[in-house]
Ligand binder design. Structure first.
Ligand code: AMP
Ligand code: GLY
Length: 425
């Protein structure tokens, strides 16, 4: 089979690496990919949101599946675009249709869905420009800290937690009146602050059945001890100690099953990954967010633990035969450490040469923001998150130690990483 994979991050490199182990794969194209994916398949210079160019490529190269890594093409309706085109409709797309992707595309939509299906989540209210004053009054009537969320997609930056009412007022004003996150913050969800520990749970759905994949924990803050601004994610581990059978049974019964039933009842065809961003409050799971894709850097820890042929799983998703599959999980731990550019998540420089000082032993390197410099052929940084170092271990500690040993061997100017991934487990 010839396949197109959309995206260019560590998640896509991990998916590409896993797909390349399938005997069913003929040619893998990654649009646009990075320096890491170019060693596995062929990078093609097409943006994941350029649907007409993807269409032409699919028709010209006998592509029989399109796998969508990031959320924006899904929220922009790539799956619907394929279904509505006579020549494309037979080509399966792994990723939900637009309406279902709105579970990630609009926080308010996700909240209303959870209310309709009695799925535990934080209490909330939504505000717009027109009722800014009500928003201010709502903040005054609530307890700190205040959680403000831009309704739309904001590249993981749209959530602000304010310790005081004054800061929350300012933040609300800036989101609604000054378009702090552009159109995404034309609506703002203010919600109850939940205190607990977070967990990422992943499900693969074919629209009829679902399979639960290994869970993971991701470390979003730039600084050690979970301090400083949010990033796309600085590392991850899998499995997660508190996600024991008792807890995961609650997750399935209270969250996964009602979500899957809700999707069916509302005719939202869901073929792809569902990412449940959860928080455990005293042992009870609540949904913080839905995402319509795999997590990044969770994928780098989760995908290597899946022992199935990933292409077989995707084929089962496409043909709604997931009920015949059994997910096989490597019992070992994985630990991922993300190497990032100096300055990230604020503006940073690109184009720094990446050098391996010594041979990397016992880790997988998943490239994120990297590219091959066409004039010199060397690999250089091309993003905030640069390379994910993932290792297996009999314990979480052992897995992370190997990742840290190899992280030391990779050099680029301004390299930074958190040295405390897994500290809270
Ligand atoms: P999100 O983009 O929705 O995942 O939110 C980003 C981060 O904000 C989450 O990973 C949490 O750490 C935090 N967060 C979001 N909602 C809440 C909440 N209701 N209570 C506490 N923390 C939250
Ligand atoms: N690591 C969180 C995310 O992918 O949204």
């Amino acid at each position: 089979m010839n396949i197109v994979l959309l995206g260019s991050g560590g998640r896509e490199h991990a998916i590409a690496w896993k797909l390349s182990q399938s005997p069913k794969l003929n040619k893998l194209f990654i649009a646009p990919g990075n320096a890491g994916t170019s060693g596995i398949g062929e990078n093609i210079p097409i943006s994941p949101n350029d649907f007409p160019s993807i269409r032409q490529f699919v028709l010209d190269h006998e592509i029989s599946m399109v796998i969508v890594g990031p959320e924006d093409p899904l929220v922009n309706g790539i799956h619907d675009f394929f279904l509505e085109d006579d020549q494309l409709k037979k080509v399966p797309v792994i990723g939900p249709v637009r309406l279902a992707a709105m579970l990630e595309g609009s926080k308010e939509f996700a909240k209303q869905f959870m209310i309709r299906h009695t799925i535990p989540t934080a209490a909330f209210k939504t505000f717009t420009k027109e009722n800014l004053q009500e928003g201010i009054a709502f903040i005054n009537g609530s307890k700190p800290p205040y959680v403000l969320k831009a309704d739309g997609l904001a590249a993981g930056k749209g959530v602000v937690i304010c310790p005081t009412a004054e800061e929350a007022h300012r933040e609300l004003y800036s989101m609604l009146m000054e378009s702090k996150f552009g159109e995404a913050s034309a609506r703002v969800v203010i919600e109850e602050f939940l205190k607990g520990i977070e967990l990422s749970v992943f499900v693969l759905s074919d629209g009829e059945t679902y399979k639960i994949l290994p869970e993971a924990k991701d470390y979003k803050k730039i600084g050690e001890g979970d301090t400083g601004p949010n990033t796309g994610g600085m590392g991850s581990v899998s499995p997660v100690s508190f996600a024991n059978k008792q807890f995961m049974d609650k997750v399935e019964k209270r969250i996964i099953i009602p979500t899957m039933e809700g999707l069916k009842k509302e005719n939202m065809d869901y073929r792809g990954f569902i990412f449940f961003g959860l928080i455990s409050v005293g042992g009870d799971p609540f949904v913080i967010e839905y995402n319509c894709r795999m997590g990044d850097p969770e994928a780098e820890s989760v995908i290597p633990r899946i022992q199935n042929d990933l292409l077989d799983l995707f084929l089962a998703v496409a043909s709604r035969q997931l009920k015949n599959e059994v997910i096989l999980t490597d019992p070992r731990f994985t630990g991922t450490v993300m190497l990032v550019s100096k300055g990230y998540p604020d503006p940073y420089e690109k184009g720094k040469v990446i050098i391996m000082k010594e041979e990397i032993r016992g880790s997988l390197l998943f490239h994120a923001g990297t590219k091959t410099d066409p004039s010199t052929g060397t690999v250089v940084t091309n993003g905030g998150r640069v390379i994910a170092v993932t290792s297996f271990g009999k314990t979480m500690k052992e897995a992370l130690e190997t990742s840290y040993t190899n992280a030391e061997k990779i050099e680029f100017e301004g390299k930074q990483y958190r040295k405390d991934i897994g500290f809270d487990l």
